[in-house]
Every structure is written in structure tokens, then in C-alpha cells.
Write a protein that binds this ligand. Sequence first.
Ligand SMILES: C[S@@+](CC[C@H](N)C(=O)[O-])C[C@H]1O[C@@H](n2cnc3c(N)ncnc32)[C@H](O)[C@@H]1O
Length: 237
Amino acid sequence: MSQRKKPKTTVRSKSSRNKQQRQQTGVKKKWKPSSKRWLSRQAKDIYVQAAQREGYRSRAAYKLIELDDKFRIFKPGQSVIDLGAAPGGWTQVAVSRVHADTPGGGQVLAVDVKSLDPIHGASISNRDILEENTVGEIHDILKGDADVVLSDMAASSTGHRKTDALRVMTLCEAALEFANTVLSPGGCFVVKVLKVGAEVELVKRLKQDFSSVRHAKPPASRKDSSESYIVAMGFRG
Ligand SMILES: C[S@@+](CC[C@H](N)C(=O)[O-])C[C@H]1O[C@@H](n2cnc3c(N)ncnc32)[C@H](O)[C@@H]1O
């Protein structure tokens, strides 16, 4: 007696079934309202458009350009460490301003817990600044002291404003501790903070360590964001 073959069943994921249904019915994927708002804001944002046109990896690049235009942070030939560098907009700006992409120019070291695609003129270190060995490992990569330490580090958002601000503050403090071990006298430290009051203690410490401490909200920083930058210059060593 011939046995009937069982029909083959292919197990497909829910998302692939949904995709096939959408293709058959011509119905497009529905975006969440928050994603729609984000996409529409990105499409209209002049800094996003400029970054695409000028080859910067992030709109954040313009924040550093504006900070440097105002405070004259960089000089050709300097040594810069960029903490929280991914995807690399700030690193691109630093490379260009210290001429790290030309022989005899400066040096730029980009550090991030996420991996970064190579940037001509920069060294990349894929590390978590909060881990114990990171500071020593960065010192091993560096040739000498640094003139500028940048920190645009941000932890992923929890949606809770105070918790986010405290997490950013932990990163700021780690960045400052690191800057204290690596900056040469007269050096500069630029750090992102979320302004909810928790930054007061940090500013006190910065005033002890640097001769000038100034707050800045560059035009490229979105008005509805609580982020702001502190530019500390004249490291006392
Ligand atoms: C706002 S993004 C930086 C954008 C960057 N300045 C640019 O112009 O492209 C913040 C970065 O901080 C990094 N970060 C957060 N916590 C970190 C940590 N503990 N150590 C190193 N990087 C960290 C994140 O991975 C993220 O890439």
C-alpha cells in the first residue's frame, strides 16, 4: 500500500508573514506615531541635510564645529581624544581641525563602546570608558599627553529624564577623571551634560581643575533637548 506523503509545512516568522501579506494587498508598513514624527523631523532638519551633503557621519558634527568656531578649541598639530565617538561626526571635525590627516599634523583617537568604521587620520579604540582597564589601555595607544579631551558620550535613553541625566553624569565624571590623567597643562575638556541640576557638582570640580569654565548650547543642539555642553579651558595640570 502506498503511503501518502505528508504536506511540507514551512514555518515562517510573524514578521515575514506580515511582510508577505503587505506585498499581496499593497498595504504599506504602519509606522508608530513617534517613529513618523522622528522621520519627518529628520527629513526637514537642515543639519541632517547638511551632514548628508558635506559627508559628515552625524548631524552632531555641527555642534562641535559651532563650539570650535566660538571657543577656538583646536589648533593644528594638537592631540585629541574623542570619547563616545560613534558614528564619527566629531572625530571627522577634530581630524580636519588639527590636520590629523596630513603628515606632521596632529593625532586623533576615537573611543567608543560601539564599533566605528575607519576614519582617515584617526585611530579607533573600541572600549567602554567605565571599564577598569580602559584608561590604561588608552594611555598605551597614545603618544604622549593630549591637548583636548572631548566627551559627547550618552547612555541609551530610559525615557525617565532624571535617570537619563544621572547616567550621563556618571559618564561625564568618568570622562573628567580620564581627562585629568591625560591632559597636558593648558589643555581643554569639552563635555556634554543634561541640564537637570545634577551638573552643578561637576561644574564645581571643573572650576578647580581649569582656569575657564563656560556653558554652551550650540545652535545645532535641538532646542527641545536638555543637552548642553561645558567647555573647560586652561587645565591647571
Ligand atoms: C551621541 S553619540 C556620539 C555622537 C558622536 N559625537 C558623533 O558626532 O557622531 C554617544 C556615544 O556615546 C557612546 N557611549 C556611551 N557610553 C559609553 C561608554 N561607557 N564608553 C564609551 N562610549 C560610550 C555611545 O556608544 C554613543 O556612540
